[in-house]
Design a protein around this ligand. Structure first.
Ligand code: PLP
Length: 378
């Protein structure tokens, strides 16, 4: 079988074996409903509590500030809609034009219902500045939602400064940290933010599970009504195995954070060095402060989708832009928001590396990409 090289870790990541092993007992043996009062429910109930505490510790929160969700999309929907509908005076939302569609489409939904949304445009490098927010925020604003790091170009936003601006106007602050949690150090209490959303499959955990952080004392309306799970905020029998898997994955990624970061940055440098040596003309998107491993490259005059398919034929998975946007073959809203010239934007691919990638894989990725581009086969 042809060796497959996976370089689309911003779309999803490989489940850690240790995570799978931690999950298995809660699928096969300890399958009791954690809400029941008999002894068979004790282990799943304890596993949920331990997982909540472990996740809280990883991001500097209190356990009661963590609420489980089905992933990043649900977390973003929950926070944005819950906040919009809970105040009739302060009705305006502020977000950025290059958020993930989970945020943008949640904002569309509230806008249609009479809760206006203001969209801030990033700089050409891919950053939302505090000055930009100051120009847009008013005493009618309800929530500012700016992503921690962009999923296509990797730029890390000045979250603490943006949050300080929001708070100086008495406005709450949310960050979609789906790409960042598990990959960079985050302390929610130090940042001062009110809400954060995260997703386990982006940090080597299972798919279909995530969490939100909601600062103690801030109002959070229930997402689903029904049973008393998640402190009455998200009714429904808990997905114990996935919750355990998520906590195991997060802890493991944070235990190895510096090691993983160093490894991924070395891979990144190795790749860029080979690309530079080839003399192929390209632009790297995302500016100076990007997530380790997210490499968004634009090749003028090329076609990103054709490059992606040709890489696929060579056994390498990369992306043209955001994975959640694969149906849309237009220039992505992110590249439009950073005003990337069309000839560059059309020739954009995203290579996103993870802790399991190797030097050998990087050399093959670089060799294949350079071969495609130097033969003008796109
Ligand atoms: N937010 C960002 C920044 C993302 O990158 C993604 C997924 O790519 C999501 C939200 C959606 O997360 P999920 O796939 O867990 O619903």
């Amino acid at each position: 079988m042809k060796q497959h090289i996976y370089a689309d870790n911003a779309a999803t990541t490989q489940l850690d074996k240790s995570v799978f092993e931690a999950m298995t007992p809660f699928i096969l043996e300890e399958y009791g409903n954690a809400s029941q009062l008999y002894s068979f429910a004790r282990k799943p109930k304890k596993a949920i509590a331990d997982s909540r505490a472990a996740i809280a510790e990883c991001i500097g929160a209190f356990p009661e500030e963590i609420f489980f969700t089905s992933g990043g999309t649900e977390g973003d929907n929950w926070i944005i809609k819950s906040l919009a509908f809970s105040d009739t005076e302060r009705r305006t939302m502020i977000t950025s034009a290059f958020e993930h569609h989970a945020v943008l489409h949640s904002c569309d939904a509230i806008d249609r219902l009479g809760y206006p949304v203001i969209y801030m445009y990033p700089t050409e490098e891919g950053y939302i500045t505090p000055e930009n927010l100051k120009k847009n925020i008013t005493d009618k604003s309800r929530l500012v939602s700016v992503m921690y790091a962009n999923n296509e170009i990797g730029s890390i936003q000045p979250i603490q400064e943006l949050c300080e601006v929001a708070h100086s106007y008495g406005v709450l602050f949310h960050t979609d940290a789906v790409q960042a949690v598990g990959h960079v150090k985050i302390n929610v209490h130090e940042l001062g933010i009110d809400f954060l959303s995260a997703s386990a499959h982006k940090f080597n955990g299972p798919k279909g599970i995530g969490f939100i952080y909601a600062r103690k004392g801030v109002q959070l309306c229930p997402y689903t009504d029904g049973g008393a799970q998640e402190n009455g905020k998200r009714a429904g029998t808990e997905n114990v195995a996935s919750i355990v898997g998520m906590a195991t994955a997060l802890k493991s990624n944070y235990d190895d954070l510096e090691k993983n970061k160093k490894h991924i940055l070395n891979l990144e440098r190795r790749f860029i060095a080979q690309l530079n040596e080839s003399k192929i003309i390209y632009k790297r998107n995302g500016g100076e402060n990007t997530l380790p491993g997210i490499i968004s490259l634009s090749f003028p005059g090329a076609d990103g989708e054709t490059i992606m398919h040709r890489m696929d034929l060579m056994g390498i998975s990369i992306s043209t832009g955001s994975a959640c946007d694969s149906v849309n073959t237009e220039i992505s809203h992110v590249l439009q928001a950073v005003k990337l010239d069309k000839t560059f934007a059309k020739g954009t691919v995203r290579i996103s590396l993870g802790k399991n990638n190797t030097d050998d894989e990087i050399d093959k990725i670089a060799y294949s990409l350079i071969k495609i581009l130097s033969q003008n086969k796109y």
